[in-house]
Design a protein around this ligand. Sequence first.
Ligand code: ZN
Ligand code: FE
Length: 267
Amino acid sequence: MARTRRGSAMLEASPVRAFSDNYLWLIRAPLEPKAAVVVDPGDARPVETALHDEGLELRAILVTHHHADHVGGVAALAERHGAAVFGPARERMPCPARLLDDGDTVSLADLGLEFHVMAVPGHTLGHIAYHGHGALFCGDTLFSAGCGRLFEGTAAQMHESLQRIAALPDETRIFCAHEYTLSNLRFAAAVEPGNADVLETLESVRVLRGRNAITLPSTLGRERRFNPFLRCEVPAVRAAAEARAGSTLHGPADVFAVLRAWKDGFR
Ligand code: ZN
Ligand code: FE
C-alpha cells in the first residue's frame, strides 16, 4: 500500500457538502499532493469550489449507484477536468465510464490509490462500494447507525450486503453519503433503549449536529456497538423486532426485514 510522506497509510478524505444532507467525499492522492478523486458528486458546483479553494486537480470520479444525488455532477466534472469515471456495471451511468462489478479493482497507481469493488445490492440493485486503504465508500448502503432504504432490492439482499461489509476489520473507516446519523440514532434508541452505546452516541451526535458539525466518518467497530442493522443477532434487538412484528422471527435476516420496515415509518 502506498504511504504518505508522513509515513501513515491513513487515507485523507474530506467531505464536500451538497443538497440538504449529502457528503461528496474528496480523496487526496497519497502520491500526488495536488491530485484528488471524488466519490458520488451529485452536484458539480460545490466540488468545483472545493477543488479551487484547495488548489486540487480532479483526476477520477467514483460512483456507487445511479441516483441523481450521487451522479448529477459526474458528466460536467468529467468533461471539464478530463477525469476518469468509474461506476457500477449493472446501472446506467450519465456518461462513458469504466464499469465495475464485484471483485474488480480500481487501480490509480500514479496517484497511489487502489480500491476493491464490492457488490452491495439493496438500496439499488447494482449498488457497489469501494474498499481500500482501510476505508469504505459505501454510498447509500451503510449509514452511521442506519442503512439505506430498499428502493430496488429486497431486505434479504440488503442484509447480505451489510453482512459482507460487517466482515471487514473493526478499524475500517466508513464514509457514508448522507448525514442521517441523528435520526438513525433516535430509531436505534427506540429499538434498544437499554444500549448505553446508543444513548451515549445519541448525546454526542446531538451536540455535533447542534453546531452543524459532521458525524462522519465512522468506523465499523463503532457501528457494531450501536447500529441496529448490524446487530440483528443481538437478543435485545431480536426481541424488539419480534415485539414489533408480533411473532417469532427465525433468523437475523427476518429481524433485519422487520427493522427496515419499522424504520421506514419511524418519526
Ligand atoms: Zn441513493
Ligand atoms: Fe443518496
